[in-house]
Design a protein around this ligand. Structure first.
Ligand code: 6PG
Length: 256
């Protein structure tokens, strides 16, 4: 187990938490984690499905994909998906897919047909959610959405992807036929409000999930999810099939 790593249980699910001095070191370690997961997976399979997180925390990691680690990325075998996106065109400053294209996709030798962005121009949003769900179903040949790795951020309110507390996303975990993609509205004041998001059943069918959390604004959410019994914030319900890892910088962890 790498240094600065300790095992916790989140709603009785084991997770490895690794602390870093700052976001730069966290991002390089996250790149190493992604590359190692790709290397292991591609020993026995010919493609790696990576779900990208939105927001600002993963942007340095994305830049590293296209520069420092570009030559080590197995681009021909990588398929990109998104855990959520704001319901705006790719060129909009709030677009998660737009941010990822700017950070690395537009500079990387990844075949365009391997980039599966959320269709944020199909109206109504509920139909766009169905279209993306069909994209996922087709990719996995009708089986469960066993993404090889899901990258996730953490909101100050404990949301992840666009699964906000007021939506009670955990309810989907009790529904056998729950959707994998949902059109949702962020709480008032969180703009853009209209979003598309993977649901917890979709996230939890993944093999691995890696949270990237940075900054003092996340301290309360980190403490609640990682350091209190039976947390009920949405991020606490992410339980992938094989491995759950949290990368947290010292600013987000606080002083213990
Ligand atoms: C989004 C994200 C969201 C994000 C958190 C953290 O579309 O906003 O998917 O879940 O990961 O809000 O955002 P920051 O990394 O910008 O703090």
């Amino acid at each position: 187990m790498p240094e600065n790593t300790h095992r916790v249980r989140i709603r009785d699910y084991p997770a490895d938490v690794r602390r870093f001095a700052n976001l730069e070191r966290l991002s390089h370690a996250a790149a190493a984690y992604v590359l190692a997961a790709m290397e292991t997976t591609l020993e026995t399979r010919d493609r790696f499905s990576l779900v990208l997180a939105g927001g600002s925390s993963p942007l340095r990691l994305y830049e590293l994909f296209a520069d420092t680690y570009r030559a080590r990325m197995p681009w021909a075998h990588v398929h990109l998906f998104w855990g959520d996106d704001r319901y705006v065109p790719r060129g909009h400053p709030d677009s998660n897919q737009g941010a990822a294209y700017d950070a690395f996709i537009s500079q990387a030798p990844i075949p365009a047909e391997q980039v599966h962005a959320m269709p944020t121009k199909i109206a109504p949003p509920a139909q766009a959610a169905e279209v993306y769900e069909e994209t996922i179903r087709r990719f996995f040949g009708g089986g469960p959405p066993a993404f090889d790795l899901v990258l996730l951020g953490l909101g100050t309110d404990g949301h992840t992807a666009s699964l906000f507390p007021h939506l009670h996303p955990e309810q989907h975990l009790q529904q056998p036929d729950a959707p994998w993609v949902q059109a949702v509205e962020a709480p008032p004041g969180v703009e853009p409000r209209q979003r598309l998001t993977l649901t917890l059943p979709a996230l939890n069918h993944a093999r691995r999930a890696l949270f990237l959390v940075s900054g003092t604004s996340k301290r309360d959410a980190v403490h609640t999810v990682l350091r209190t019994p039976d947390p009920t914030l949405p991020a606490a319900y992410v339980h992938p099939q094989d491995e759950l890892v949290w990368y947290v910088d010292d600013a987000a962890w606080g002083d213990d």
